[in-house]
Design a binder for this molecule. Structure first.
Ligand SMILES: Nc1ncnc2c1ncn2[C@@H]1O[C@H](COP(=O)(O)OP(=O)(O)OP(=O)(O)O)[C@@H](O)[C@H]1O
Length: 352
């Protein structure tokens, strides 16, 4: 397997001059600047193989953009070793540019006043793609992303979703092996998001393109990325699968039982706790009543407390059940918990 990204001890520190308040303060800052350092990325170790789809998540200011900028060769690392597609990003930036594609959800690399078709043609010259190869790629991509209805429209008149499809084609016309996407679905509606995700999955399957995505949308990660990287304060907190995160830190699951019609009356006779919820006798420890809404009863229980089937059996022995489903914790909530409680840093068994 070819390694697309290899980073070891990768770090970036910014030095920021702080202005003192007031006129005198400003003058003093010029003569005697007060410098503060920000460790944007610290000691990052990362190996990404060709064909992987990997999500990079973290709260604002975590160091995601700085990492991407170092990977593209825009920023010089302060320390560490880095190779992307076998190249040294800063030193071999031109060569690297022909091997990677970049899409920023909040910015466009298309020419605002030109029709999309012309923008794509200009990029052909910029990347020096032979005409025939360009046409082949364009034909293929415009079919995959359904560009025909707006390819002759000036970019500034495109909807956000259309523009994003145009930007994706622009980033892929020179057939990069590695694609960086920064918030590719930001601001898009559900349908447009689904379309972009579907496209990325087929691109990865057809061409084996390696994809690195930074996003705040956990659905992007769940749909696209078997592997995710969580960073905070420039440090890697986690590198692994979404499922492992959910299993390990999304401790609480919910059993949603819809009871047979007659059971609602039985439940309504039970004594209530201070929140008005029914008190079920002999409720196994670690299980709590979360909600009762007509025939729908929700029980919260810990993954480690008891196996799901045992809880269903316990409830089924006491009440006639019509239907049973489980609610898994939202990955969004799990990640928030990890940020807030700094969970992985205090538990090295999972941080790698
Ligand atoms: N050019 C710069 N000069 C000084 N500090 C910087 C610079 N770029 C980033 N930083 C600082 O580095 C840290 C990491 O920023 P970065 O933009 O990489 O975070 P991010 O994870 O991409 O955040 P967001 O989700 O908000 O885009 C922040 O504290 C930021 O203020």
């Amino acid at each position: 397997m070819t390694m697309m990204i290899e980073a070891e001890g990768l770090s970036k520190t910014f030095r920021i001059a702080r202005r003192r308040p007031g006129l005198l303060g400003s003058m003093r800052s010029i003569v005697d600047p007060e410098v503060r350092t920000v460790a944007a990325v610290q000691d990052l170790m990362l190996q990404v193989q060709q064909g992987e789809m990997i999500g990079l998540v973290g709260p604002n200011g975590a160091g995601k953009s700085t990492t991407i900028k170092m990977l593209t060769g825009i920023l010089m690392p302060s320390a560490g070793r880095l190779r992307v597609a076998g190249l040294l990003p800063v030193r071999q930036r031109r060569e690297l540019a022909s091997r990677i594609g970049v899409v920023f959800g909040q910015r466009t690399q298309l020419w605002w006043d030109l029709p999309l078709r012309d923008s794509l043609q200009l990029l052909r010259h910029l990347y020096r793609v032979p005409e025939q190869r360009h046409q082949q790629n364009l034909n293929h991509l415009r079919k995959m992303l359904d560009l025909d209805e707006f390819i002759d429209t000036p970019v500034r008149q495109l909807s956000l979703g259309q523009r994003m499809r145009g930007d994706l084609v622009a980033a892929l016309l020179h057939e990069p092996e590695l694609l960086y996407l920064d918030e590719p679905t930001i601001g898009l509606d559900v349908v447009a998001k689904a379309r972009i995700r579907e496209f990325l999955l087929s691109l990865n399957a057809e061409r084996g393109t390696t994809v690195l995505i930074t996003t705040h949308d956990m659905d992007d990660i769940e749909t696209l990325c078997p592997r995710m990287l969580i960073i905070d304060h420039g440090r890697k907190l986690y590198d692994g699968t979404v499922d492992t995160i959910r299993e390990r830190f999304g401790g609480q699951r919910t059993l949603v039982a819809v009871l047979e019609a007659g059971e609602t009356a039985v439940l309504s006779m039970l004594p209530r706790d201070e929140s008005g919820l029914p008190i079920l006798s002999e409720l196994p420890s670690g299980v709590s009543v979360q909600k009762l809404d007509g025939p729908r009863l929700e029980l919260r229980f810990g993954r480690a407390t008891m196996p799901a089937h045992e809880l269903v059996a316990w409830l089924g022995a006491r009440h006639r059940l019509h239907d049973v489903t489980f609610k898994e914790p939202e990955i969004e909530d799990v990640i928030r918990r990890i940020y807030e409680e700094n969970l992985l840093l205090t538990d090295n068994s999972i941080a790698v």
